[in-house]
Structures are given as structure tokens and as C-alpha cells.
Design a protein around this ligand. Structure first.
Ligand code: SF4
Length: 395
């Protein structure tokens, strides 16, 4: 079976192996993950809300969240998300919340089960691709919108193609549908992003080809695991933030750097110490990586969408004397009251630039720019590709 979750899991071989290849009985107990619990609580809340909107055919009522929180125990973070939540959904369009759909290898519709967030529903044995759809809205007979809730802070932990198995399942189960609108709903940030899939892409096998490539990646890892090779842990994988495995990367974080809210002076001192140590080690690691990249081409791909690079930028220094001269003010050789070396002073470029951005100061930027001393620097960046960059790479 191929799904978005399984494919994303392949970013970290160890995560994939322990979640999908090691038999249940042999899996080590997981360290509880607050982020995963928050995600689960939020999905529960939305499912409850959507079911109520559909049953009563009424839009969301802003008193529901407090009502829900009185009867459900959730994490502190989920409580904040739920208190702030305001699902803007037309109840007449609701098709389902938490719907489990799968398709077979030839695009035939198979599993179609409501998903209980606590129990695994029965999956058709021939299922090839699919997943759980957080929210499906039937806009009209030909158009369906499906949403995937993201409860973390990151907007880059997504892949442009991750809606593919869901879109395939929708086209298979709903033959009148011509377009599936896939939407990431970053609930914490109140942001949405999306893409469209068309029936032509389903009929022509374009979507199936993407799922096949995911399957090949899974098969490759399975073969490696079966051969007894060690499965590499990748701390840049998107699942890392949610992972409950006690791997070498997470172990130190979980045990040494667990941050319970400080209750005593001693706790507070410990936190201060951790911040100091983290700064120091980060600084050293950055210096060394910077030096390495400067000698070896300026960038390296780390894994998947993540890379480390040295980005060049121009620096500008605005010496006090020449900048004021550019503004029409001449300074004396020496400060009048104290012996201050005026030639060693500079003016804040941020302030100057801010001031130059008004209509009445047209030309000021050019004048101070001519007085500035420019240089070049490089800055170390470790970042994941943005959605637009991923789309560009996939095109
Ligand atoms: S913590 Fe991160 S690196 Fe370690 S197994 Fe989990 S996903 Fe992989």
C-alpha cells in the first residue's frame, strides 16, 4: 500500500523501517510526542465539528469550541488551536470528515470507510494507494475539495505531490468528479495552499506513475531492510518533529534537553545554561560548516528538500562624515567638547533607508549610496525548499 504518510516516512530510513517494516510485536515503545498528540486532538475536534455541521445542516457556531473543551481532554497546544479555530465551511457541501479511501492498482475503487480516529478501519486487501481524507467538500457534482490539516508551525514540510493518492481515490470513487482541489490547511498560521488535479491526469496514468515512483522508493528500502543493512536515521526528515523513536539524534534532545516549564530557580538556571551551551555549540558548528562549504563549492544537498548553502549578500557601511556630507552637512575635524574620533563613527543603514523611503526624499538613497562603503559577506543557511521551489523542481 502506498500513501502520503508512508512516502514521507521514507525520508528517514530508520523511521520508515520501525513504523512500516518491523513487525508490530517487535516495535520498541515510542517516546510520547506532544506534537503528534496535538495533531490528533485537533483532528478529533474538527471531525466532531464537521459531523455536527453536517447533521444539523448549520454553519459553525462560535460557542462550540468551549462546549467541546468542557467534555474532551486535549493537550494545552490543541486547546489553544481549538479556542482560536473558526472552520468556515458551507454545511451543504460537506461530503465527509476523516474518510478512508483506497484504490487498486488499476484505479478501481476499493476501501470507502469512515475513519475512526481511535480504530483502524478494515482496508480492502487489494488496496494500492489511498489515505485518510481530513475533510472532503462536494462543491458540485464535478468538483471536490479535499483538505489536509497541518497543525505544526512549518509550511515547508510538505511535498507538491502529496495529494496524489487522495485525488486518485476521489476520481475512482466519485465518477462524476472532474477536478479535485487539494488544500493544505495550516491551521496554526491561518494559511492555505493548494493545487488541482484533473480527471485527465487520472485517466492517462499520470497520477499512477507518481504513486509507482513512491512505491519503488518503498521497495528499495524494504530490500535494504530485508538484507539486514542498517537503516540510516535522517534528522532532516519531515517526520522528525513528530517522531517518537529513541534514535541517536532524538535521544539527546529528549533526555538532555527536555524543557518542562521551570518551577524553581534551579530549573530556571538550568534553562539558562542550556541556552548558553546551545548558542556556543551552534556557533562552533556553524563556523566549521561555513569553512567547509567555502572550500567545497558553497552548498550541499543534505537530504530530500534540505540543503546547506552559503548565501552571498552585500554589506553597506555608512561612515558618519561622508554620509552627512552627502546629506549636505559638513562635520568639523574634531568633536567640539570631547576628543571623539568622528571618522570612526557610522550611521545606522536601516534608519537611513527607512527615512529615504518618502516622497519628499527622492534621490536621498542614491546620495547616501554613493557615500557608503560596500563589501561582501556570506551567510550560512540550512533550509528546506519552499513549496514554490519544490513545484519548480517537480515541473
Ligand atoms: S527522530 Fe528523526 S532521525 Fe530519528 S528516527 Fe525519528 S525521524 Fe529519523
Amino acid at each position: 500500500m502506498v500513501s502520503k504518510s508512508r512516502y514521507k516516512a521514507t525520508e528517514c530510513e530508520k523511521f520508515f523501517a520501525e513504523h512500516y517494516l518491523v513487525p508490530w510485536k517487535d516495535r520498541p515503545p515510542e517516546i510520547p510526542s506532544g506534537m503528534a498528540d496535538t495533531g490528533k486532538d485537533f483532528h478529533h475536534w474538527r471531525a466532531w465539528c464537521v459531523a455536527r455541521m453536517a447533521d444539523d445542516c448549520t454553519p459553525y457556531d462560535q460557542t462550540w469550541n468551549q462546549e467541546y473543551l468542557k467534555t474532551h481532554t486535549v493537550t494545552a497546544e490543541a486547546r489553544e488551536l481549538i479556542e482560536d479555530d473558526w472552520p468556515n465551511i458551507d454545511p451543504e457541501t460537506i461530503l465527509a470528515a476523516e474518510l478512508y479511501l483506497t484504490v487498486g492498482r488499476n484505479g478501481e475503487p476499493l476501501t470507502h470507510e469512515p475513519w475512526s480516529l481511535d480504530e483502524l478501519p478494515e482496508r480492502h486487501p487489494d488496496s494500492w494507494a489511498g489515505g485518510i481524507i481530513d475533510l472532503a467538500l462536494m462543491i458540485d457534482a464535478e468538483n471536490i475539495s479535499i483538505s489536509d490539516y497541518k497543525t505544526g508551525w512549518s509550511t515547508s514540510n510538505i511535498m507538491p505531490d502529496e495529494g496524489v493518492p487522495y485525488a486518485m481515490a476521489m476520481f475512482a470513487h466519485y465518477p462524476s468528479v472532474q477536478t479535485v482541489y487539494w488544500q493544505w490547511d495550516f491551521v496554526r498560521l491561518r494559511l492555505k495552499a493548494g493545487r488541482e488535479f484533473t480527471r485527465d491526469q487520472f485517466d492517462s496514468g499520470e497520477l499512477a506513475a507518481i504513486v509507482e515512483s513512491w512505491e519503488q522508493r518503498q521497495d528499495k528500502l524494504r530490500a535494504k531492510f530485508d538484507a539486514g543493512e542498517s537503516m540510516t536515521a535522517n534528522p532532516f526528515a519531515s517526520s522528525c518533529a513528530w517522531c517518537g523513536l529513541a534514535c541517536e539524534h532524538r535521544q539527546a534532545f529528549r533526555t538532555e534537553l527536555a524543557f518542562p516549564p521551570p518551577a524553581t530557580d534551579e530549573d530556571a538556571r538550568r534553562l539558562a545554561g542550556i541556552i548558553q551551551a546551545a548558542k556556543k555549540y551552534e556557533g562552533r558548528a556553524r563556523d566549521q560548516l561555513h569553512a567547509y562549504l567555502a572550500e567545497h563549492g558553497g552548498s550541499i544537498a543534505i537530504d530530500g528538500d534540505t540543503s546547506a548553502s552559503l548565501d552571498s549578500y552585500e554589506t553597506r557601511r555608512y561612515p558618519l562624515r561622508s554620509t552627512l556630507a552627502a546629506l549636505g552637512v559638513e562635520l568639523p575635524e574634531k568633536a567640539v567638547d570631547w576628543d571623539v574620533p568622528l571618522d570612526s563613527l557610522t550611521i545606522s543603514g536601516t534608519e537611513l533607508n527607512r527615512m529615504a523611503k518618502t516622497k519628499k526624499r527622492v534621490g536621498m538613497l542614491d546620495a547616501i549610496g554613493a557615500a557608503a562603503q560596500t563589501g561582501a559577506q556570506t551567510k550560512l543557511n540550512i533550509s528546506r525548499a519552499t513549496l514554490d521551489e519544490k513545484r519548480g523542481a517537480a515541473a
